[in-house]
Ligand binder design. Structure first.
Ligand SMILES: NC(=O)c1ccc[n+]([C@@H]2O[C@H](COP(=O)([O-])OP(=O)(O)OC[C@H]3O[C@@H](n4cnc5c(N)ncnc54)[C@H](OP(=O)(O)O)[C@@H]3O)[C@@H](O)[C@H]2O)c1
Length: 338
């Protein structure tokens, strides 16, 4: 039973006039086999590396000079200085693709790695996006996405200038659903708390980390169809009320505290935190992310725009969401036990 397949008309989502997303090459694209992953040890990087290895890609993990992170057997590790062009281009030479899954606060620091990838002749770049629809004109203007917006503009320009030597894919998946549940952000299972935005009946799309990882693998396996364009992944489509109903099956009906907030208040709270903040991070970031997910007219719902079919992906059904929540309840910090 696929309860999340009732797509709404999403005519309000428009692509801004920021240049054509078009492939410049005329020759067939070569298969992609060697992948560099920057941020391979992170929340998304970890399941991504496992999915790449399972699909027989050769994987190099780029890691900071002083990082303590560890990587699975079979992964080549390259320590890099993320501010140094020569360090990055040396590490990237010989790779067909670069996937960046660096920590959110570093999303505005991708300029050197993007330029190095172009210089090293990397064929496909997937920058650190993995959130809201950054082609949506209203989403793009929010301060929380400034770093990603600037990176995206740079990548598109550099790839256009390379005339097909380097191509890009932008991956949008909205909320990391399991991550959001484990951290109590989408719903607080441990404390049995839920905050409905505008009544909790608006549809949104989201995706678990493992689903996004499979999406990236599928993109890399389809270089031609995924060149110089955005890909929208929908792992689930549901309302907050549906999420709460499933949560009650997992942790019980009793003892819930349900609160309400208007999306405009969420936005006001987020901007207030942003103005007070001296750095990226903290509750203002999640307030604005939550706002884009649940407010009307901010592309929180990818219905009719998702690229699952192209990639051979199917949304989770209710039982799978329930199972994912059971893992969330156990607060397993190693994602999917990998
Ligand atoms: N849609 C959503 O709900 C959602 C949620 C979270 C994140 N995201 C997005 O997903 C992408 C990956 O995020 P993530 O949560 O997976 O990242 P993460 O786990 O916080 O960090 C990934 C890796 O980045 C490296 N790193 C940490 N701090 C760094 C710094 N200051 N400078 C450079 N590298 C640093 C570390 O690797 P090494 O130690 O190996 O160097 C770390 O393992 C980002 O674009 C983020 O914005 C989306």
């Amino acid at each position: 039973m696929k309860i999340f397949k009732q797509y709404l008309d999403n005519a309000s989502i428009e692509t801004p006039k920021v240049g054509k997303l078009k492939n410049h090459t005329t020759t067939p694209m070569p298969p992609i086999t060697t992948i560099a992953v920057a941020g391979a040890s992170g929340a998304l990087g970890t399941p991504l590396v496992h999915a790449l290895l399972a699909a027989n890609f050769q994987v190099t993990a780029l890691t900071r000079l002083d990082s303590q992170s560890t990587h699975p057997p079979g992964v080549k590790v390259a320590r890099v200085d993320y501010t140094s062009h020569s360090s990055l281009s040396a590490a990237l030479t010989g790779h067909d693709a670069l996937v960046v899954t660096l920590t959110p606060s570093a999303s505005g620091d991708q300029d050197p790695i993007m330029r190095a990838a172009i210089a090293a002749g990397v064929y496909r770049i997937i920058p650190s996006e993995f959130g809201g629809d950054m082609l949506h004109p209203r989403v793009r203007t929010l301060p929380v996405f400034k770093g990603k917006r600037d990176t995206q503009t740079l990548v598109r320009r550099l790839c256009a200038e390379s005339r097909g030597t380097t191509t890009f894919t932008l991956v949008f998946n909205n909320l990391f659903l399991d991550w959001g549940i484990e951290l109590g952000l989408a719903i607080d299972l441990a404390g049995k708390k839920m905050e409905f935005v505008d009544g909790g009946e608006r549809y949104f799309t989201a995706a678990p980390l493992e689903f996004i990882a499979r999406g990236v693998v599928a993109i890399l396996q389809r270089p031609e169809e995924t060149a110089d364009r955005a890909i929208r992944l929908s792992g689930v489509r549901m309302t907050q009320k549906q999420l709460l109903r499933i949560a009650k099956k997992v942790v019980g009906e009793e003892g819930w505290t349900v609160t309400h907030i208007e999306s405009e208040e969420l936005k006001r709270r987020g901007y207030e935190g942003y103005r007070r903040s001296t750095s990226f991070g903290g509750s203002w970031v999640f307030d604005l992310v939550k706002f884009t997910l649940h407010a009307d007219g901010y592309a929180g719902d990818f219905a009719g725009k998702e690229d699952n079919e192209l990639l051979g992906l199917e949304e989770l059904d209710e039982e799978e969401v329930e199972e994912m929540m059971r893992r969330g309840v156990s607060f397993n910090t190693s994602y999917y036990g990998l």
